[in-house]
Unconditional design. Structure first.
Length: 319
């Protein structure tokens, strides 16, 4: 075996060890296939520029529900989930220790003797989106193939629970050619960007703002023909939207004028017991609001002591 299995004492130790390489949940980011994160954002986290991702409710729920998803998979397929695979643990490649994965669950491959080579991996997902069996999310596929490669296993599956009401799964075999390509890209990222400290190029506006939260006074950039055309089209769209907003307000005002002090507008054909309501215009409940102006006037010293400077954000204006 060209890997080592590490079983940490607690989750904090696991998180620390996991940060010492590229995990399976990060490999799609390196490849530019993660819709939720870019290589630059991952690099900033790995370098300690930005803090680690805080575990939110959805992430915690996904962790807790791994057991449920694996049980659904076992029920559907009859495969024997290995109980010892639950929990936080790492598989680390000996030759390239930055390759490290933490499978959600493993199972015994039916009809084979129970051994380290005769296991499969189940990557468990909980999601709010409908999953296409023939075209599962690319970052899920990368995650599973990366795990299979590092663990030197032949079979695996993606299993998902959608909105707590629908279960699906798809079995996969290990794709060595795809895995080898992933390893090349991961090694390049680890060597050049993490160890070599080369900052990845930005791929979206969020990345640009991470690198350049402030503008450089006096700096000008000359637009090429493509950007000039983009500005022209954007200006046309903004004008169309402005016309639509004006028409929207005009129609809303007309309807409100017809309602006066009524709470609802009805269409013909309903009954007093069951009116056909087509619009409502109700006052919101009373609320309390802090009177900042009055407080500043009556307690100027205290007001000043609680003020803090907030960096201004970059505002885009089309001329």
């Amino acid at each position: 075996m060209s890997y080592t299995i590490i079983r940490q004492k607690n989750r904090e130790e696991w998180l620390k060890d996991r940060s010492g390489g590229i995990g399976s949940s990060e490999v799609a980011t390196v490849l530019g296939l993660n819709p939720w994160e870019t290589p630059l954002q991952l690099w900033r986290r790995k370098k300690g520029i930005d803090p680690p991702k805080a575990e939110n409710f959805a992430m915690k729920a996904g962790h807790y529900l791994e057991d449920a998803v694996s049980k659904f998979y076992a029920d559907e397929t009859g495969k024997d989930i290995i109980k010892a695979s639950a929990g936080d643990w790492l598989i680390v490649n000996k030759e390239k220790p930055f390759l490290r994965v933490s499978p959600d669950r493993t199972y015994w491959i039916p009809g084979r003797p129970k051994s380290d080579r005769n296991k499969g991996i189940v990557e468990c997902k909980t999601t709010q989106m409908e999953v296409d069996y023939d075209n599962p999310p690319q970052h899920w596929f990368c995650q599973l193939q990366y795990q299979l490669g590092v663990a030197e296993l032949e079979q695996g599956a993606l299993a998902w629970l959608t909105m707590g009401r629908d279960f699906g799964y798809r079995d996969f075999t290990f794709d060595k050619e795809f895995y080898d390509w992933m390893v090349e890209e991961v090694e390049k990222f680890w060597t050049d960007n993490i160890v070599g400290n080369v900052e990845p190029d930005p791929v979206n506006v969020e990345d640009v703002l991470l690198r350049n939260p402030r503008h450089l006074p006096g700096k000008l950039v000359e637009a090429d023909a493509d950007i000039i055309e983009a500005c022209k089209q954007l200006k046309e769209i903004k004008e169309e939207l402005s016309d639509l907003d004006s028409r929207k307000k005009e129609l809303e005002d007309k309807i409100k004028m017809s309602m006066g002090d009524a709470e609802a507008l009805t269409a013909p054909g309903g009954t007093p017991a069951k009116p056909l309501i087509i619009a409502t215009w109700k006052a919101a409940k009373d609320s309390q609001k802090f009177d900042e102006k009055s407080f500043a006037a009556s307690e100027p010293n205290m007001y000043q002591s609680y003020l803090k400077t907030v960096p201004g954000s970059r505002r885009f204006l089309l001329k």
